[in-house]
Ligand binder design. Structure first.
Ligand code: ADP
Ligand code: MG
Length: 395
């Protein structure tokens, strides 16, 4: 277990808090979705209430290692100030840290909040440069990481700084570690995993790791066709990774050796083009004619997968079952999302597109845990050590 902000004395301390304020902006630099800011509020409020001086860090987008006004955190400072209903001191330094920023930090009173500029305005951030980490660390007494979405990257503001100060997790990061950790390491059995999405190659390590842990594995989405073709099925013009057929067979063998039941789609909804209004028909998953591509799981597969979900006590889902962005091929993903929403099992969703799908269906609040970190949640499911988490203190 990692220490969190409830485990330490905060009063009068300067706390450097790494948030994930990587919000979407439109062409006029207006925030189009402030979920990432509002979800950081519990940690920030807790620090304020416990009389800490709060120094906020975040990245935004991918500036090319220098100042770029399109990636300034100024809009975040404004929105955060509105949401917190208190002024935020925005340290508008193009260098992120300079003498004036140091002065502002030193003058903070307990309960006051300041936000630094986008840490990626310094190339040293992604290089995890020790000198830049030291500049950030010198601003405070304690480091708190609440940015799960970048915890899989060893950067100066996520890993380097945590080596230099007492380092603990905030509420968001703590919740991610607890939920993903429980589902993967201490699940109530049966543990079922559902994998989908676009590519097998993205998820080979996820499948390998999950096969060691799960009781049942269901595979849908585009990646299923690589498995079906590897077994000699006719997949028509469905998406396939021809250079991964052998790897797919190895994974199927691994499942057999482990005696882990692995289910692939038995039928699919296929179309004559990659378009919502293309002519569509249902085919057996291993008998898709040339000229047709599978874009969703079919009705029999939906029933099969739903039945398996009802047997599970813990479900981990990553990857849409079909092209859910097109309404005519969203039925499989929607049915699985609904089955999870109705399930009494502990349900965990990882992956950017899967989380977006469940949110789009309006079912997000019926899921036990939706991970906020796309890449980070995948690395967690791969069983990798996330450097931003590893650097925090143990209880
Ligand atoms: P996540 O972000 O949840 O990890 P991925 O990025 O792996 O998921 O995959 C999401 C994408 O996979 C979606 O854009 C979806 O349209 C696509 N997809 C799912 N099934 C198919 C399919 N049968 N054919 C083509 N694309 C598919
Ligand atoms: Mg994705």
């Amino acid at each position: 277990m990692k220490k969190n902000i409830k485990d330490i004395e905060l009063s009068g301390k300067a706390v450097v808090l790494r948030c994930d304020f990587n919000v979407p902006l439109d062409e006029n630099n207006v925030i189009t979705d402030d979920t990432r800011i509002s979800s950081a509020l519990p940690t920030i409020r807790y620090l304020i209430e416990h009389k800490a001086k709060v120094i906020l860090l975040s990245h935004l987008g991918r500036p090319k290692g220098g100042f770029d006004s399109r990636y300034s955190l100024q809009p975040v400072a404004n929105r955060l100030s509105e949401l917190l209903q208190q002024p935020i001191r925005f340290a508008a330094s193009e260098r992120v840290v300079d003498d004036s920023v140091r002065r502002t930090a030193a003058e903070l009173a307990p309960g006051q909040v300041m936000l630094l500029e986008n840490v990626r305005f310094r190339q040293e951030e992604t290089d995890n440069d020790p000198a830049f980490a030291a500049e950030l660390a010198a601003l405070g007494d304690i480091y708190v990481n609440d940015a799960f979405g970048t915890a899989h990257r060893a950067h100066a503001s996520t890993e380097g700084i945590a080596r230099l100060l007492p380092a603990v997790s905030g509420f968001l990061l703590g919740k991610e570690i607890a939920a993903l950790g429980q589902a993967l390491e201490k699940p109530e059995h049966p543990l079922l995993a559902i994998l989908g999405g676009s590519k097998v190659s993205d998820k080979i390590s996820v499948i390998e790791n999950l096969l060691k842990k799960v009781d049942i594995l269901l595979i849908g989405g585009a990646m299923a066709y690589t498995f079906i073709k590897a077994q000699g099925g006719q997949i028509g013009d469905s998406k396939v990774e021809a250079d991964r057929l052998e790897e797919a067979l190895k994974l199927l063998n691994l499942a057999r050796q482990n005696q882990t039941p692995l289910y692939l789609p038995v039928d699919v909804k296929a179309a004559q083009a990659f378009a919502n209004d293309a002519p569509a028909a249902v085919y057996a998953a291993d008998a898709i004619p040339t000229g047709w591509m599978g874009l969703d799981i079919g009705p029999q597969t939906i029933e099969l997968f739903k039945e398996k979900i009802t047997q599970a006590r813990t479900v981990i889902w990553n990857g849409p079952l079909g092209v859910f962005e097109m309404p005519n091929f969203a039925a499989g993903t929607l049915a699985i999302a609904q089955a999870l929403a109705e399930s009494e099992a502990k349900t965990v969703i990882g992956g950017g597109d899967s989380a977006a799908a469940v949110t789009q269906f309006g079912l997000a609040d019926k899921i036990w845990h939706i991970s906020t970190g796309g890449g980070a949640s995948l690395e967690f499911l791969e069983g990798k050590t996330l450097p931003g988490i590893a650097a925090l203190e143990d209880k």
